[in-house]
Design a protein around this ligand. Structure first.
Ligand code: CTP
Ligand code: MG
Length: 193
């Protein structure tokens, strides 16, 4: 039981840079849409007004900065999570990779949503909940591979056990729905998903 609780907390903690980056655009997004209002061949928007430059650029940076501060607390022994990376600077770097991966996953999902004729904010179960997780993993893997000579190890492999990845995959949809419902109730999101 204690082992399971530790596994769940570790899984959620290690995905926090992606969670924060995925939530942050609701607060800091807006302004010019990434697709500049342009349409795809099918006459629908490429991405839609919900995908803005400000959200894309700022959210992962702010999320990584916030997570790096939280990671400092871990190093001080203030909360019992695993140390994210070898130093705070590396934590910031890999948290950025996860955050930008999360938002790239989100953009990719919106592209396919528009191709399927789903308007901005229309639900697309499972994809809505996991787009950013898969994106975060992919960019974390790419960054780990690229930075391996500098870091001295394959960060993703050294940090994310298979059990951790599995728990992240299973628990994220439920957590995501709960957080979005809260955001909707607080008036931050237009739809409850
Ligand atoms: N957002 C943003 N820039 C981004 C991503 C998100 O400004 N790159 C903001 C938008 O205000 C968006 C909100 O965050 O409405 C919530 O994001 P999300 O739920 O992913 O967007 P949806 O509006 O649901 O759009 P889509 O149907 O394309 O997923
Ligand atoms: Mg989305």
């Amino acid at each position: 039981m204690a082992g399971l609780a530790t596994l769940v907390l570790t899984a959620l903690w290690l995905l926090l840079p992606a969670y924060l980056a995925n939530m942050m655009p609701v607060l800091v997004g807006g302004g010019r849409p990434i697709d500049g209002g342009r349409e795809w061949k099918d006459g629908r928007r490429i991405l839609g007004n919900g995908k803005t430059w400000r959200g894309f650029v700022l959210a992962p940076l702010l999320a990584a900065a916030l997570f790096t501060v939280l990671d400092l607390g871990t190093r001080q022994g203030w909360w019992p999570f695993v140390t994210f990376a070898a130093s705070p600077a590396w934590t910031f770097a890999f948290a950025c990779a996860m955050g930008y991966g999360a938002l790239i996953g989100d953009l990719t999902e919106s592209f396919f949503k528009r191709r399927l004729g789903k308007e901005r904010g229309a639900p697309w179960p499972v994809f809505d909940q996991l787009d950013f997780v898969v994106g975060a993993w992919i960019l974390a893997i790419l960054a780990s591979a690229a930075l391996m000579p500098l870091y001295g190890a394959f960060w993703f492999g050294a940090t994310f056990a298979w059990s951790v990845l599995l728990v992240q995959l299973v628990l994220t949809p439920a957590l995501h729905l709960a957080v979005n419902f809260l955001g909707f109730k607080l008036g931050l999101k237009e739809v409850p998903w």
